[in-house]
Design a protein around this ligand. Sequence first.
Ligand code: C5P
Length: 405
Amino acid sequence: MDLQGKKIVLGLTGGVACYKAAELCRSLVKQGASVQVVMTEAATHFIGAVTMQALSGHTVYTDQWDPRVDNNMAHIDLTRDADAILIAPCSTDFLRKLAHGACDDLLSTLCVARPRRLPLHIAPAMNVEMWENPATQRNVAQLRQDGVSIFGPAAGAQACGETGFGRMLEAEELLDELVAAFQPKSLAGKRVLITAGPTFEPIDPVRGITNLSSGKMGYAVARAAREAGAEVVLVSGPTALAAPHGVRRIDVQSAQQMHDAVMAHVHGQHVFIGVAAVADWRVVNASAQKMKKTADAIPQLEFAQNVDILAAVAATTSLSGWPYCVGFAAESENLIEFGAVKRERKGIPLLVGNIGPQTFGQDDNSVILFDEAGHTVLPRADKLTLARQLISEIAKRIDERSLLT
Ligand code: C5P
């Protein structure tokens, strides 16, 4: 539960995207947050306060002059023990109000009266022309300068029938953004390249050799790096997973394709993390046509060694010292001894070892970090928790290097 114990003020302003706020409210509660909903009068035309009250489990406020508030200080009281304010959807007009410090309803007054330590996040939702209007863009720029974070908007089909930027992010994406906002920004401004998943080595157009890697660890590492503020490129073999929000995914199949995609993007990266379970061999006599099953002939496959992607990236670091290379290793025995040896052999500063292959597809894991100084055990936890710890360990180590640009 990523938001356990957090108090979130969820503000709704007028817009069709209010329907997504219901789902968002549910997801926040599911993640352990206590949600205090405040709606503008316009928002109540799109979704009922009763719905939001039932989903949040708390009284919903819509009016600055609400007689239920004894001291008439809702605009102060509602934010004093809050951990974040999220306005979703945030209309064009509400965005304008925020940019100018207007206080003409409960929600806008509450935003202006918030303690300075309290983060304000907004999820714009509006027609593409309204979003692209220079006045709106001026207000957005002002809000950014004031330290307000802007979640989205996405591009796509809009309720008005037009297409373009202005769609509010989906509830799950907003949840990810909010969770990310609470994470330390240890990789702010850094670029991180990650491989994940299995590879698929074709035998013919319909058959191939792969492995049991689910991609979960690599995707968790990509998400954690993005949460830490990095710009993330994820080169992924075939998996059933959705790309983490805000991560650029490049899909590949074979080890050779993974190598080519990695080498095409490695320039300028600060960190490379090879999490993929890359096939060691490929079939050199793969057939261009589907192989026929015949009674007397069993196909004879010939194999060749695949290129070691991690080693290839590590070799490029000799010039600049970057990217900082991190490898993964699954061993079935003697992890401590084999891990240390493998790190040296691969010529990388950090190797993450786990006892595999039983970790494949699991949601949790236990890993050991090997570096020049020795090894550190990260106790069993879910893969996202481990990934966040790993990112923090990587950030600490690269901070110690003076070469960063
Ligand atoms: O040598 P081994 O395959 O155990 O090393 C695993 C590490 O090397 C992982 O980080 C994996 O992503 C990387 N690797 C690679 N290219 C290969 C084989 C492994 O990048 N062909």
